[in-house]
Design a protein around this ligand. Sequence first.
Ligand SMILES: O=P(O)(O)OC[C@H]1O[C@H](OP(=O)(O)OP(=O)(O)O)[C@H](O)[C@@H]1O
Ligand SMILES: O=c1cc[nH]c(=O)[nH]1
Ligand SMILES: [Mg+2]
Length: 209
Amino acid sequence: MPKLQVLDHPLIQHKLSLIRDEETGSKEFRALVEEVSMLMAYEVTRDFPLQEIEVKTPVAIAKSKVIAGRKVGLVPILRAGLGMVDGMLRLIPAAKVGHVGLYRDPETLMPVEYYCKLPPDIAERDLIVIDPMLATGGSAAAAITFLKERGAKNIKLMCLIAAPEGIAAVQSAHDDVDIFVAAVDECLNDHGYIVPGLGDAGDRLFGTK
Ligand SMILES: O=P(O)(O)OC[C@H]1O[C@H](OP(=O)(O)OP(=O)(O)O)[C@H](O)[C@@H]1O
Ligand SMILES: O=c1cc[nH]c(=O)[nH]1
Ligand SMILES: [Mg+2]
């Protein structure tokens, strides 16, 4: 069974409350999403293996540790996933970034692909798919399927807010993908929005409506 981890660190939870607030404007929303993404990256990378090296300090030789040759790929689902990229890159600056463009058809709620540009070596990379919202799970499951079709093997999913329906959908489609979220909300409404959620993440990030 894939792992579901709810990242309940107080800083993440505090910032998420500000993100949810309808009074929070785009500028602050963007900054907060970036900060929470950076904090979440800290936990999502916790299982990266370390190797011991020797470092010459001004005083002596220290046995010290570095991350063991990990190649990371971040895959934001456009548009809203873009808001999470810079925060993650601040902690994992060597990561390559692939983009998957999907929008959810407002009538059918089915994901529609419109863009895909990935690093050529995704099969060798630890991929982290990022999207603030996991609602029906259709977009995330489709993005993960695209990545697997192109050779990806090692994939995690990181979202700010998930609905139980979205978690179940991704887990049943991809039982090898661990999911990291900051909150699991109550349900979806009739339009497929997460309740209470934060509204439309893409519109709030980019000021569109
Ligand atoms: O789990 P699902 O039911 O598929 O819904 C979640 C998707 O919906 C939102 O994107 P949206 O379609 O609004 O596109 P946008 O990022 O361009 O606004 C969100 O960012 C996810 O990608
Ligand atoms: O609540 C939701 C559901 C899908 N997409 C969003 O941006 N918000
Ligand atoms: Mg949107």
